[in-house]
Unconditional design. Structure first.
Length: 327
């Protein structure tokens, strides 16, 4: 009757469990260097920007600290943004799943009292047992997902998941004017476009400044390079269009998920009120709890997807470091 309802997030008494050291869980992962630890030996708390700053410094070379490859840097930063959101969402989902199980446990005395007074039969007690069993399986799944996200986060960033701040920045929509600006910037940032522009400028200069006895590019050769330039621009436009479409879809999915959560929250409140006055069995209340936590899971995932899709557009424009104020 009652299925496993997924894994969501919240705050609660299990925070210590979620933040326990993870080195023992995956010994093959190299832990952060000692210099990142505070003087007392406790891992410091870090925000997403701190994680990205660490990766930027890791990708930089020389005394200037300038990244050798802006494209690689932005790809690495985008992967780190996704990992930060992934581990934060998994942690919040686990906490919320545990909180939902706790709510179901808290009404078990009502079921017992009704059975003792002869107001309900064994069917309601079975419903409660089924709901607790389902919630237990959900906690196991949520724990597995949190551990998987944590391992990925540590491998990529060299930070422990317990170091990441609870309040990862939520989703903020990008307006159409900003998207158009990023689209233009992505054209100039495209490596193929840059290469063909440089080649065309070089060959054009050779043709313009050459002496009569020098071999210069022909008009057909210049036309071929112009064609390659337009081809590279078209490919860059196509890639950004895909990123923009993914962002717009993610934003819409996030908005729809918010509306579904609001409806499920109202349904859960009604179900709980009816259960407490004896108008509904515990199974109906448990199902309303599970529906709500499942939709909250989805909302967290949708918000994370929208944040990463937004960051992807900045990465294509090579502006992710500026977006997070990295030095």
């Amino acid at each position: 009757m009652l299925g496993v309802f997924g894994n969501v997030g919240s705050r609660g008494a299990v925070r210590a469990m979620v933040r326990e050291p993870v080195e023992a869980l995956w010994p093959s992962v190299r832990t952060p260097p000692p210099r990142v630890f505070a003087a007392m030996g406790a891992p410091p708390r870090v925000a997403v920007r701190d994680v990205l700053q660490h990766i930027r410094q890791r990708e930089s070379v020389g005394v200037t600290g300038v990244p050798t490859d802006p494209w690689r840097l932005n790809e690495q930063l985008l992967a780190a943004v996704a990992a930060c959101h992934g581990v934060d969402v998994a942690r919040r989902q686990l906490l919320n799943t545990l909180n939902t199980r706790k709510k179901l446990e808290n009404v078990s005395h009502i079921v017992g009292a009704r059975a003792g007074a002869g107001l309900s039969g064994s069917a309601e007690q079975r419903q409660l047992a089924d709901g607790l069993a389902s919630s237990g399986r959900a906690v196991e799944l949520a724990t597995d997902e949190w551990e998987t996200a944590s391992r990925h986060f540590t491998r990529l960033t060299r930070f422990l998941p317990s170091q990441l701040d609870d309040c990862v920045e939520g989703f903020v929509a990008v307006d159409a004017a900003e998207i158009d600006r990023l689209a233009q910037a992505s054209l100039l940032a495209c490596p193929n476009t840059q290469a063909h522009l440089k080649q065309l400028a070089l060959e054009g200069a050779r043709r313009r400044d050459a002496s009569p006895d020098q071999v210069v590019p022909t008009a057909d050769e210049l036309s071929a390079w112009i064609f390659l330039l337009h081809q590279a621009r078209s490919q860059a436009i196509g890639r950004f269009s895909q990123a923009r479409e993914a962002y717009l879809q993610a934003e819409m999915a996030w908005e729809l998920a918010k509306a579904r959560v609001a409806r499920a929250r109202s349904a859960r409140q009604i179900a709980e009120a009816q259960f407490r006055v004896g108008a509904r069995a515990v199974g109906a209340f448990a199902q309303a709890l599970f529906d709500l936590v499942g939709l909250r899971n989805e909302l967290l995932r949708r918000e994370s997807d929208a944040c990463v899709a937004r960051a992807a557009m900045y990465a294509m424009a090579l502006q992710l470091p500026e977006q997070f104020g990295l030095r």
